[in-house]
Design a protein around this ligand. Structure first.
Ligand code: GLY
Ligand code: MN
Ligand code: MN
Length: 440
């Protein structure tokens, strides 16, 4: 769990970076209608979660460095016994003060009256520009109200600055408490992948493996998947974000599972690919071993001080060489790398930042230069080879084979640590677990 002390120190760190005489406005995510009066499960805006842990919709947090009556102001839904009977508990303004570190808190229904007064006289407003069109519009109405409601000599703020830029950099480096939660998300997700390997057999449907995985997530205390689980049998694995998960799993084919849970706001992101009948064919084995070697080569390139792109370059080299060795690509490896020939088979990059969001925030380049790794960053390493069933340039024996292997890697002082390595990934380990010889 992230302590209230840590949330408070995140807010202070952010306020220390804000310019004098400024205000930050951080809104809850909107509730999305699924149909009529039913809603999608609510997902709090990540930045409000990061800065407060406040879980409710219909709220806005203000950070006002130097404000005499207190720097942290909340607007939230008022207590309402009838609504709470239907929709559940609300903290209410008093609860945000006692539980979430607010110095002042008001009912959200009063925001139009109160917020313009807090904007008045400020030079600069920090907020997530362009993320929520309705909120953008609302903020401009409050800005206009500074003049309209408060008198013609009232001065509205003149500068609007993207808050995300400051918060993203903070989120990129994980604290000890965040790392603990990410390890837990990784551990639960790893267990779920092991369960899928143990249970898999020809004749099951993709959605049945999805159900096994997601059952393991939820029974372990995760809220559910951090993104829609991908379970692609055979050629479906070639569709990078395949989420239909409706087809029957066939003997002789591979299944690619990309699934990770969200545990207390933190995501895991794991992919494993294994044979549906428990035995790799020679062709599947050949492709699999290239991807596994590419992943190992990339992990070698992750350590403080090393540039972000070196891991990707390592995967491209191993995959290009491997495809040449199998005569799937032909030519000089360096020339093929130069041409980007791997892109027909490996069409994404080696990974991305991971944290509260699965594709987490943080710049990959600074001043147009690849940034270097620092301890506390978490990155996925996920090379793949996808041979389209329609690729007539490739010998038929290879068509329809898709392999991705993905783990979550924490940058440490000494180098890095694979925090999802508990799921088997050598062919021998996978065949053993599928034969019931080894439990995870
Ligand atoms: N699960 C999406 C990805 O691996 O990026
Ligand atoms: Mn993934
Ligand atoms: Mn990923």
């Amino acid at each position: 769990m992230i302590s209230q002390k840590e949330y408070a120190s995140r807010r202070s760190d952010l306020m220390a970076m804000m310019q004098a005489n400024s205000i930050a406005v951080i809104a809850a995510a909107p509730q999305r209608v699924r149909s009529n009066d039913t809603y999608y499960p609510f997902k709090q805006s990540t930045n409000l979660s990061y800065l407060s842990g406040f879980p409710e919709p219909g709220s806005v947090m203000l950070l006002i460095p130097g404000r005499e009556q207190g720097e942290v102001v909340f607007f939230c839904r008022d207590k309402d016994p009838l609504r709470e009977t239907w929709d559940g508990f609300r903290y209410g303004p008093a609860g945000t003060v006692s539980h979430f570190g607010a110095d002042d808190a008001f009912p959200i229904d009063d925001i139009d009256e109160i917020l313009p007064g807090m904007l008045e006289g400020k030079d600069r407003v920090y907020y997530a520009i362009g993320k929520d069109a309705d909120f953008d519009k609302q903020l401009m109405i409050w800005v206009q109200d500074v003049k309209g409601r408060r008198g013609s000599d009232a001065v509205p703020p003149g500068e609007f600055v993207d808050l995300d830029h400051l918060v993203n950099e903070m989120r990129l480096i994980k604290s000890a408490a965040e790392i603990k939660l990410m390890r837990k998300a990784g551990e639960i997700s790893a267990r779920a992948h092991c369960r899928a390997m143990e249970i898999c057999r020809p004749g099951l449907y993709e959605y049945q493996l999805q159900a096994e995985i997601e059952h393991e997530f939820v029974r372990s205390g995760a809220v559910g998947p951090a993104y829609t689980s991908i379970v692609g049998g055979g050629k479906n694995g070639c569709v990078l974000h395949y989420i239909e998960n409706r087809e029957k799993l066939k003997a002789g084919e591979l299944v690619l599972i990309d699934a990770g849970c969200e545990y207390q706001d933190y995501a895991a992101d794991i992919t494993r690919t294994f044979p549906i009948n428990g035995k790799f064919s020679p062709q599947q084995a050949a492709i699999y071993d290239i991807v596994l070697a590419a992943q190992a080569a990339a992990i070698e390139m992750i350590a403080p001080g090393l540039e972000y792109n070196l891991a990707n370059d390592a995967t491209v080299r191993v995959i290009t060489q491997g495809l040449v060795d199998l005569n799937i690509l032909n030519g000089d490896v360096d020339a093929l790398i130069e041409q980007g020939a791997h892109r027909d088979f490996y069409m994404h990059n080696a990974g991305h930042w991971l944290g509260m969001d699965v594709h987490d925030v943080g710049d990959y380049k600074i001043d147009n230069q690849w940034r270097v790794y620092e301890p506390g960053m978490v990155v996925t390493v996920e090379p793949g080879i996808y041979i389209s069933p329609d690729n007539t340039n490739v010998d038929e024996q290879w068509r329809g084979i898709a392999v991705r292997i993905e783990d979550d890697v924490l940058v440490t002082k000494a180098g890095c640590e694979d925090i999802t390595s508990m799921v088997p990934k050598t062919r021998e380990q996978i065949e053993a677990i599928m034969a019931g010889k080894q439990s995870a």
